[in-house]
Design a protein around this ligand. Sequence first.
Ligand code: ADP
Length: 356
Amino acid sequence: MSRDKIISGDDADETPVREAVVSSALDPEEDRQQWNLRPKTLSEYIGQTTVVESLNIAITAATNRREPLEHVLLHGSPGLGKTTLAHIIATAMGANIIATSGPAIEKPKDVMGILSSLEVGDVLFIDEIHRLSRVVEEFLYSAMEDFQVDFVLDRGAYAKTIKVPLKRFTLVGATTRAGMLSAPLRDRFGIFTHMDYYETEELKRIVQRSAGILSVKIDPKGAEEIARRSRGTPRIANRLLRRVRDYAEVESDGTITRELADIALKREMVDEMGLDKLDRAFLRTIIEFYDGGPVGIEALSATLNEETDTLVDMVEPYLLKIGFLNRTPSGRKATRTACEHLGMNTAKRKQGQLPL
Ligand code: ADP
C-alpha cells in the first residue's frame, strides 16, 4: 500500500497522510479535485508514450530483479503530469512515496530526517528539484550514489562528521528547468525523461476521462474544443472542463457542446488558441511597448509586474512551441504570427496608431 506524505522545510517530521505535494500552487479545493482526476497506473496515463514505455520497461526490469528502481528525473512544463507519474511509479513498485519540494528543503538537516526514514525501495519525490540550494544538492550526491550521507554534528571545534547509512531508495525529481541542475546531480539520475506538450487528440481523451469521473455530460466536439484550448496541458484541460461545466449547469441543461464550450471559454478570456490574459499581455507588451522586441525577460517582468520565473516556466514555453515567440541572444521577439493572432502590427505602434 502506498503511504503518501507531505514534508515541508519547517517540519521535516512526518506529517499526517495527505494527498498533495508541498509545492502545489493550487488552492485546496482545486488540489483535491486534481488528485481525484489523477491516473493511478501507467495504463490509465494518457499520452507521453515514449516516457510511459521507458518507465514501464524500467519498472518491470527492476521488479523482476527485486531491486529498487533507479533514480528518475522528470522534466517538463508545469501541469504535464510529473507528480502524477511519481505517484504511479511508487504504486507500481509497491513502495511508499514521500513528497517534498526544492524550496521546502533549506538545509541538509531538513532532508536528513526524510532520508533516514526511508525504507528499501521507497520513493522520495522532490518537485522543483532545480530550486534546491547548492549545499543540499551536494549533500544528496552521496545519498543517491552510495546510499549514505556524511552528517556534521555540532559546530566549530566540536564538529564531528558521522557517516549515516541509508536504505536503497529511489529519488524521483521533477523539474521545469533541467538546465539549472548541476551536472553532478543530473548525472546521478539513471532515468531521464522529457515530457512535451500533449496533442489535442490526447487532451480530448483526458477531458473525456475527467468528465466521466466528474459525471459531466460532454459530447465529442465539446471535449475537442476544450482540448484545443488547453495549451497542450492536462492540468489546464481539467481546469477548463470544470469552468465549462459550471457554465453548462447554470446556462443550459448541463451537457457540454462545442458551442457552449466556446461561449464559456470566451467568458474565461481563453481565446481560440488557448491563450489566456497573461499570455496576451506578455505578447502585447513585447509588440506595443518594445516594438516587437528583442527585449530581455527582466524588462518584461518589470513592465508586466510578474515574476520572471512565472514568465519563463508558465508563459514562454508554450508561446515558443506554437511559434508566437522567438528567443534570440539579444532578447525575446514576438513573431509575425503572434501579431496577426492579436490583430496587431508593430509598425502601427511606431506611427502612434496603437494606444498602449
Ligand atoms: P505536474 O506535476 O507536471 O505539474 P501533475 O502531475 O500535477 O503535473 O498533473 C496535473 C493534473 O493533470 C493531474 O491532476 C492529472 O489529473 C492530470 N494529468 C496529468 N497527466 C495526465 C495524463 N497523462 N493523463 C490524464 N490526466 C493527466
